[in-house]
Design a protein around this ligand. Structure first.
Ligand SMILES: Cc1cc2nc3c(=O)[nH]c(=O)nc-3n(C[C@H](O)[C@H](O)[C@H](O)COP(=O)(O)O)c2cc1C
Length: 451
């Protein structure tokens, strides 16, 4: 029976994906401590989550008004710690949970990223995953020594090359290279360790790579592109795909279209799990869950939305009166997340959107920017089952209204209901993330044939 993939949507920051979460009365304040992340890891593993994954940005969301004052004052994701370091801590507190983090192909070097994730994969016995992003905005560019963020499609061209370097390095050590034979003095077979000698348009990297292959071959690849170019990139490379779907019927179409892209890229669509971001709000009874949702909805401020929209669109929304439409030229010039802008254009038809339209349609800055399932354990499981069985997704990225309570409630109340229905596995099937996702261990060079 087909079963869902469950992923915890994690942030190495002062709030969850939902900024207002830090204002929640039950939010734990110790986000800068190791114990906070160990507790999340243990909760997700108790619920047999396949993976906990950290998003990332390389800047504060300070594009709004060109200043970080409002960001810090309102706690708008103003803390952002390195996610791989935190995964190492979580890996030491868990045994089966997959451990994913976001690293940028625009601002890092492929050799460095390949080495960081390959090392994490060894230290966690094959549980690592990399969420590949091309990053979003000028704030990130300025922190990383550039004047501005590169154009959208050009970033993906660079990302394609970045992946060729990373995958090439991950293939450098054949299985069985190391013998460590003290009697003969042979440490490893030289003919089984290869130099990459990569020379492309954007990258050069010689090798040989310095980290041997892990128990799962190499880390699992995650991607979340929403634009046409982003989806083609995901279809080529990703083994897990995160999507921001909004409405069930459209999602079924988007899902089918994406799976067709995977097939067109010469890959098996069943080997690429599509996971939709969602907010579950659960309690013992529906009435109690609705009270919890009302509390969550009292937490956002308008500045949260404006600041995060500026960040994601790479455009300063303070330049625009809130009810004045943007011009065609302004909208066309944005280099941030195109998929989100394009969705608004689609919904509004011929009318040009104002900042308020962006707030109301995207709901960015609130706990409504992903679909939400509110109610008793049965209600939440019904909602998830409708999406999963209806082929709108293969699993879910569970976002938290507050941390760690939202994960703990989900694991205590919803997971047993999903398991009772046979929708979620009763236990981990193996030790590596690939085994638990039902993915084969890749042979050296397999990616070249498939892609
Ligand atoms: C669940 C989820 C998590 C994401 N995490 C990140 C992230 O950590 N960093 C980032 O820059 N973008 C993140 N994104 C955004 C995507 O990577 C991508 O940039 C965005 O969807 C825009 O798609 P496009 O580049 O194809 O226009 C995430 C998207 C989703 C749905």
């Amino acid at each position: 029976m087909r079963q869902m993939t469950l992923v915890g949507f994690l942030q190495a920051q002062n709030c969850s994906n939902f900024v207002g979460s830090w204002r929640h009365p039950l939010a734990a304040p110790d986000f800068a401590s190791a114990e906070y992340y160990r507790r999340i890891g243990r909760a997700l593993e108790a619920g047999k989550f396949h993976l906990g994954f950290f998003d990332d940005r390389l800047a504060m969301p300070d594009l709004f008004g060109g200043d970080h004052g409002h960001t810090v004052a309102n706690g708008i994701r103003c803390v952002k710690m390195d996610p791989v370091t935190i995964l190492t801590v979580m890996g030491m507190a868990t045994e089966r949970l997959g451990l994913g983090a976001t690293y940028s192909t625009t601002y890092f070097e492929p050799f460095h990223v390949a080495r960081t994730f390959a090392t994490l994969d060894l230290m966690t016995e094959g549980r690592a995953a990399w969420n590949i992003v091309t990053s979003m905005n000028d704030g990130e560019a300025r922190n990383m020594g550039r004047a501005s963020h590169d154009d959208h499609d050009g970033r993906y061209d660079r990302a394609d090359e970045f992946l060729e370097v990373v995958m090439g390095h991950w293939d450098s050590w054949e299985d069985g290279s190391i013998v460590a034979d003290k009697a003969t003095g042979l440490f490893a077979h030289p003919e089984k360790v290869h130099r990459l000698d990569y020379e492309g348009r954007h990258f050069r990297s010689r090798g040989p790579f310095t980290v041997p292959r892990s128990a799962q071959g190499h880390p699992v690849l995650i991607q979340a592109g929403q634009s046409g170019r982003g989806q083609r990139f995901a279809a080529r490379w990703a083994e897990l795909v995160f999507v921001a779907y909004h409405e069930l019927d459209h999602s079924k179409q988007d899902y089918a279209r994406f799976k067709a892209l995977v097939e067109a890229a010469g890959r098996d669509p069943d080997q690429v799990s599509v996971c939709a971001g969602v907010y579950p709000i659960v309690a013992e009874t529906r009435a109690e869950a609705e009270d919890r949702a009302a509390l969550v909805d009292s937490l956002p401020k308008e500045i949260d939305s404006l600041s995060l929209l500026s960040e994601v669109m790479n455009y300063d929304f303070s330049r625009q009166p809130i009810d004045e439409p943007f011009t065609e030229e302004e909208l066309a010039s944005w280099t941030g997340v195109q998929g989100m802008r394009d969705r608004i254009r689609r919904i509004m038809g011929d009318r040009l959107p104002t900042p308020r339209d962006f707030i109301e349609i995207t709901r960015r800055g609130t706990a409504k920017d992903h679909p939400r399932f509110v109610g008793s354990p049965k209600d939440v499981a019904d909602g998830m089952e409708a999406w999963f069985a209806g082929r709108a997704c293969d699993g879910f990225v569970i976002a938290a209204t507050h941390v760690p309570g939202a994960y703990e409630d989900f694991v205590r109340l919803v997971v047993p209901e999903l398991q009772r229905r046979g929708l979620h596995h009763l236990d981990y099937k193996g030790t590596t993330l690939r085994e638990n996702l039902g993915l084969p261990r890749p042979e050296v060079g397999a990616w070249k044939r498939a892609r």
